[in-house]
Design a protein around this ligand. Structure first.
Ligand SMILES: Nc1ncnc2c1ncn2[C@@H]1O[C@H](COP(=O)(O)OP(=O)(O)O)[C@@H](O)[C@H]1O
Ligand SMILES: [Mg+2]
Length: 329
């Protein structure tokens, strides 16, 4: 069976003065039509560079070194720049953490959504305005007939993100890449945006790659999770199983740092102390498992060589020697 998006063995490196940064180092994952997949890990682990590599938006000193990105059966890593513009305009859309950087402050949100729609469909000004109202309704912006005349700064952060989603949907994409779409928002607004994405996945069969540093965000929204650490996927799993039984020691640490409702002060203190140590310098990664220096279960063999991903069940894999009785990928 072929997937909507298949990323295989992707490597994106940056040549910096301080040394080579392997921002994305042999990353593989896939997304099916209408599926929501989470890409999770601490800041700097390579989530955004993975997404930008899929979109072919990496610029020097960054470079896609190797790997394949197949979308709807088409290889994108060697597609022409012109073809990539089409893919970005029609098939894959992306939204970011801060809508203010993508919205133009001098035009109303109605004008901006209309413009996005007119790029893709032949519409008169009047029709485009009507469609913009419909688009705002689809992303649950209240009183869209009135809101259409607002400028971006007149809207709340959550409403601005809804406008971005409406614009992203204008091209009727098959895949939406959402890079930390809720990071700047309050918890309740976060939940509403995630609910909106979930609804769109169902109503439009939209596939979503949801990128976040916060495991709490993805718990109830995504089907499958890929956990990243220093440029590599260290665990991949359906979300329920991952929360029930995280396997990689890094995932276990991350999971312990997810806040619970009504936690006590002691619980909070415990939580914030769960993963000791710091993420290693990306130009001086330790040999073997990159997490070993912080790992409470470290053994000598962890630092001896590259650790493969072990397939521990049909749909779960873990990059950790604790699972070396399983077959590696
Ligand atoms: N323009 C750049 N030059 C050098 N290194 C970069 C550049 N952009 C990103 N990186 C490095 O790539 C790694 C991954 O970055 P990124 O994908 O943005 O992380 P995340 O989105 O997970 O927070 C980081 O170590 C970062 O320092
Ligand atoms: Mg990022």
């Amino acid at each position: 069976m072929s997937h909507l998006l298949s990323v295989h063995g992707l490597k994106t490196y940056f040549e910096t003065r301080a040394g080579l940064v392997k921002a994305v180092d042999d990353v593989s994952f896939h997304i099916d039509k209408g599926e929501m997949v989470g890409l999770v890990g601490e800041s700097g682990c390579g989530k955004s560079i993975t997404a930008l590599s899929v979109m072919r938006l990496i610029s020097p000193p960054g470079k896609i070194i190797r790997g394949s990105v197949e979308f709807n059966g088409e290889e994108l890593t060697d597609a022409s720049p012109e073809r990539m513009r089409k893919v970005r305009g029609n098939d894959i859309a992306m939204i970011f953490q801060d809508p203010m950087t993508s919205l133009n402050p001098v035009f109303t949100v109605g004008e901006q959504i209309s413009e996005a729609l007119r790029l893709h469909r032949k519409l008169s000004r009047k029709e485009a305005e009507q469609e913009a109202i419909e688009a705002m309704r689809e992303v649950a912006i209240p009183s869209p007939e009135r809101r259409i005349k607002d400028y971006p700064h007149q809207l709340s952060g959550g409403m601005r993100q809804r406008v971005m989603i409406a614009m992203a949907l204008a091209c009727d994409p098959d895949l939406l890449i959402a890079d930390e779409p809720t990071t700047a928002l309050d918890v309740t607004i976060q939940a509403q945006i995630l609910e909106l994405l979930n609804g769109l996945r169902e109503s439009r069969e939209l596939a979503v790659l949801l990128i976040t540093h916060d495991l709490g965000v993805v718990a109830e929204t995504v089907d499958r999770l890929c956990v990243m650490y220093t440029g590599k996927i260290v665990e991949e799993s359906p979300v329920t199983e991952l929360f029930e039984e995280p396997k990689h020691p890094y995932t276990r640490g991350l999971l312990k740092s997810v806040p619970r409702l009504n936690e006590t002060r002691e619980e909070k203190a415990m939580r914030l102390n769960t993963i000791e140590g710091v993420v290693p310098n990306p130009t001086a990664l330790p040999p073997g498992c990159h997490f070993a220096p912080r790992c409470p279960l470290k053994e000598p063999r962890c630092e001896e060589g590259e650790i493969p991903l072990y397939r521990v069940s049909e749909n779960r894999s873990v990059r950790c020697v604790l699972y070396d009785e399983f077959e590696s990928e």
